[in-house]
Design a protein around this ligand. Structure first.
Ligand code: ADP
Ligand code: MG
Length: 243
């Protein structure tokens, strides 16, 4: 199958510092693809470029086979790309439904909250979430807020979902629940890019992994035929052994 996403030779500089130094990434449709690397490796930068938050200095992006220029999150969303950031971007004083439809263009300026609530409830049921569309976001736990962010992306029609270190804020039980949801999403043909620095997570749910180190890709491998030690070596650039 053709890759859903190709990023080619991406360079991103902050001043004279290169956060992404000629990065190549290919993601297949319907896989959970890990972006693995230590803190500062350039993972979030690369995905912020894909989501239109940062502009690359150079490089090309192909989405579903077509070359694309993504200059804002709105353009990314319109293409079918969703992103759940490490720090959520919800407005606490607004309800779940208000947050989800916020900034979406409605025909003739009409915002149909009732219809939005109905669709949010339906998506929640589909993925086993307990989301009340009328609840204020400040009332929700961090795990619930993450689920709202996921529903928000799906509501907007994401076919590629980027999750930036999603487990950092979750309890172990919530992590299991998230992994179940990710499996369901891929069974439905939705592609997931899973940013992490945790090897166990990569081994648990990702089919393939691209390892970033100091702004460069070390390699892309299948998790089924790569051991944890090998991945760790790729990530940190020296031998690491687990007991
Ligand atoms: P990761 O997500 O892998 O931890 P990041 O992509 O966030 O890494 O950051 C890669 C490098 O780029 C880091 O050294 C970080 O300090 C730097 N960086 C990221 N965003 C900015 C920014 N907006 N301005 C300046 N430097 C940045
Ligand atoms: Mg990051």
């Amino acid at each position: 199958m053709a890759p859903i996403l190709v990023m080619r030779d991406i360079v991103k500089e902050f001043g004279s510092f290169r956060a992404n130094d000629g990065v190549n990434l290919e993601v297949e449709t319907g896989e959970v693809h890990a972006l693995l690397g230590e803190n500062g490796a350039g993972k979030s930068t690369l995905m912020n470029i894909l989501y239109g938050l940062y502009q690359a200095n150079s490089g090309e992006i192909y989405f579903e086979g077509r070359p694309v220029k993504i200059t804002s999150p709105k353009e990314a969303i319109d293409l079918g790309i969703g992103m759940v950031h490490q720090h959520f971007m919800l407005i606490p004083a607004l309800t779940v439904a208000e947050n989800i439809i916020l900034g979406m263009q409605m025909p003739r300026g009409i915002i149909d909250l009732k219809e939005a609530s109905r669709k949010i409830k339906e998506l929640s049921r589909q993925y086993g979430f307990d989301i009340d569309p009328e609840a204020k976001v400040w009332q929700l736990s961090v795990g619930q807020q993450q689920r709202v962010e996921i529903v928000k992306a799906l509501y907007r029609g994401a076919r590629l979902l980027i999750l930036d270190e999603p487990t950092a804020v979750l309890t172990p039980q919530e992590v299991n629940e998230l992994f179940r949801v990710l499996k369901q999403l891929t069974q439905e043909g939705i592609t997931v890019i899973f940013i992490t620095h945790k090897l166990n997570e990569v081994m648990a749910i990702c089919q393939r992994v691209t390892v970033l180190r100091a702004g460069k890709v070390v390699g892309t491998v299948a998790t089924c035929n790569t051991g944890k030690n090998e991945l760790a070596r790729m990530m940190v650039g020296r031998e690491v052994f687990f007991q």
